[in-house]
Design a protein around this ligand. Structure first.
Ligand code: PMP
Length: 401
């Protein structure tokens, strides 16, 4: 450390709110799967902004789309039409096999919007008595940080001392379809869950869970809302993680990779009769669907249309999981996940997650602990087989060191 890293970190700590616990590395440049710190040291990015950088850092087509749009028009607000919005919505709906798109900026906003839409739908279409709609959510969920969303978080760190909380949420154990069925009542508007739980440590429910939940929702006229903010857009090898289960949701929330890691873009996509409950003036956001977001989002849709990233995630994901499996019993207790996405539990007798992510940093690989003993791996989908080997070899050494 030549002092530059520590002086920048000191600035962060003096002037920035302390709501994160970053690894002590200061990144100043990036390209593809690699980032460079202020001292010129290169690292393989094995986290990619928790799936926001599925196409790698500064994908040339997305950078070009952003540049071209910024040179022409940046913001109109939705008080007027712009020449990008409709095209983005059409292309995203076609890609996702959905009928309508509500544009927002962040994942949490997309989830908030889906909650509002589901409630309004329950009152206006399903006939639920006013102010009594319920939404079924899962244990260990993560859907964002707004007051309403943390109301139904069971993580004390995310939840405690932010009350009074928004009522109307019923929590059931994640992965238990019978519990979902039992929780459904006359006031149930929706089931809102992550198809694979990201922040919980990449938790994949057992096969059949989603088909059962879908069936329970359909039988009871309850909306299924899949939060695909982290799992969607090729991360697991399909557009949606739910696609692996042969299940369709009524609404999907998208964020992160939808903006290519360049601008914040989020959306709720799904049934037109459900999103159609929103009438002019009833919901919105100044930047939601602004021209730069739409232009970059259109670039993202175009990349996903090729299927190339989905294929990379499937093929290289199999390789990643195979290689991580070799570390079992050597500091690794369990590996979960799908495609290029892995939750790696570290043995109780080995190191903590923080110690391992620090040792990995020293090895030139960046990823981050979640909870005490889990590492979350979500490399950019442009990563190569050799780079995966490099990272897993480094993890093997980091666990020993
Ligand atoms: N939903 C899920 C499943 C997420 O993983 C996240 C972010 N980790 C969010 C919502 C919130 O997204 P944002 O941070 O953009 O608000």
């Amino acid at each position: 450390d030549n002092g530059r890293t520590s002086s920048i970190i000191a600035l962060d700590e003096q002037w920035g709110a302390h709501n994160y616990h970053p690894l002590p590395v200061v990144i100043s440049e990036a390209e593809g799967a690699w980032v460079t710190d202020v001292d010129g040291k290169r690292y393989l990015d094995f986290l990619s902004g928790y799936s926001a950088l599925n196409f790698g850092h500064r994908h040339p087509a997305l950078v070009q789309a952003a540049h071209e749009q910024i040179d022409r028009l940046t913001l109109t607000s939705r008080a007027f039409h712009n020449d990008q919005f409709g095209a983005f919505c059409e292309e995203l709906a076609e890609l996702t096999g959905t009928e309508m798109v509500l544009t927002m900026n962040t994942g949490a906003e997309a989830v908030e919007s889906a909650i509002k839409v589901a409630r309004k739908w329950a009152y206006e279409v399903k006939g639920v008595a006013f102010d009594s709609a319920e939404i079924i959510v899962a244990t260990n969920n993560f859907h964002g940080r707004t007051t309403t969303i943390v109301s139904f978080s069971d993580d004390p760190v995310a939840h405690d001392n932010y009350g009074p909380f928004t009522p109307g949420f019923v929590t059931v154990p994640y992965g238990d379809a019978q519990a979902v069925r039992d929780a459904i009542g006359p006031n149930t508007a929706a089931v809102l869950m992550e198809p694979i739980q990201g922040e919980a440590g990449v938790v994949v429910p057992s096969p059949g869970f989603w088909a059962d939940v879908r069936e329970a929702c359909t039988e009871n006229d309850v909306l299924l809302i899949a939060d695909e903010v982290q799992s969607g857009l090729a991360r697991t090898g399909e557009i949606f993680a739910l696609d692996h289960e042969g299940v369709r949701a009524d609404l999907y929330t998208l964020g992160k990779a939808l903006g290519g890691g360049i601008v914040p873009v989020a959306a709720v996509v799904g049934r037109a009769d459900v999103l159609g409950v929103l009438k002019p003036g009833q919901h919105g956001s100044t930047f939601g669907g602004y021209p730069v977001a739409c232009a970059v989002g259109r670039g993202v849709v175009e990349l996903l249309r090729t299927g190339e990233f989905q294929e990379r995630s499937r093929e290289l994901g199999a390789h990643l999981h195979e290689r991580l499996g070799e570390l079992s019993g050597q500091g690794v207790a369990e590996v979960r996940g799908r495609g290029l996405w892995a939750g790696v539990d570290i043995d109780l007798l080995a190191k903590t997650g923080r110690e391992v992510s620090m040792a990995l940093r020293d090895e030139g690989v960046l990823c981050k602990e979640t909870h005490e003993r889990t590492l979350r791996m979500a490399p950019p989908l442009v990563i190569t087989r050799d780079e995966i080997d490099h990272a897993v070899d480094a993890l093997g050494r980091a666990l020993k060191a």
